[in-house]
Design a protein around this ligand. Structure first.
Ligand code: CA
Length: 234
């Protein structure tokens, strides 16, 4: 890994929030740039190639969802969305938009820094460790090097965290993982975070994988992967 300082682009039109988020990130050792609207954000994302982008949903010109979508067409840079409303969450972290994580305002800046760190750690070198591993479960085939998921011959498009969550569960098949454990392993949070994030991702996975979804809810505990069903292809 390069020894260069990692950089964060903070996209936020409210000057007071932009400045305190910047301050906390600088104190944590990151190089920080800010953009006060979507046009600036897109230009900066392109020219500066930040290590991570903190992106506010509500901006004066182009909204955060559209910005995220446009950035995703060209880049896998991790994106942490800031939103004022809970309802946006499914959309934001689904494949449609493709943010890596979100935080709902008002948030604790220390928690924001913790999440930035964990996202960067996760998107860093250890993502390559399992370079060529593949898993097969019933009709489901996952290739972690290609980040590819197939049900039979059909490729399923998953958002980055949906992929990581599915991998983690399959890699521990048969074992029950609690929401906190999944947050820690997939998102890297070392403290009790917002476990709803896990539920939202499981819901998306079930929707996308349909009948092939191997995920079982263990009520009051968490999730696990059950035994593979024999899927007979017509
Ligand atoms: Ca705003």
């Amino acid at each position: 890994m390069s020894s260069a300082t990692q950089s964060v682009l903070v996209v936020e039109d409210e000057a007071s929030i932009a400045s305190f988020v910047s301050l906390y990130l600088k104190n944590a050792g990151y190089e920080v740039r800010t953009a006060a609207n979507g046009t600036e954000a897109l230009a900066s994302a392109q020219s500066e190639q930040p290590s991570l982008i903190v992106l506010d949903l509500m901006l004066p010109d182009i909204d955060g969802i559209e910005i995220c979508r446009r950035i995703r067409q060209k880049s896998d840079v991790p994106i942490l969305m800031l939103t004022a409303r809970d309802e946006d969450v499914d959309k934001i972290i689904g494949l449609e938009v493709g943010a890596d994580d979100y935080m709902t305002k008002p948030f604790n800046p220390r928690e924001l820094v913790a999440r930035v760190k964990s996202i960067l750690r996760r998107s860093g070198p250890d993502r390559n460790e399992r370079e060529s591993a593949t898993l097969q479960h019933g009709d489901l085939h996952i290739d972690s090097g290609r980040r590819e998921v197939k049900v039979g011959d059909d490729e399923i498009q998953l958002a980055p965290k949906e992929f990581d969550l599915l991998w983690e569960l399959l890699d521990h098949r048969g074992l029950v993982l609690t929401r906190d454990q999944l947050l820690e392993r997939v998102w890297g949070y070392t403290f009790a975070g917002d476990t709803r994030t896990v539920d939202v991702h499981v819901r998306q996975l079930r929707r996308k994988l349909g009948e092939a979804s191997p995920i079982v809810t263990v009520w009051g505990v968490g999730y696990k992967v059950g035994p593979a069903r024999d899927v007979v292809k017509a």
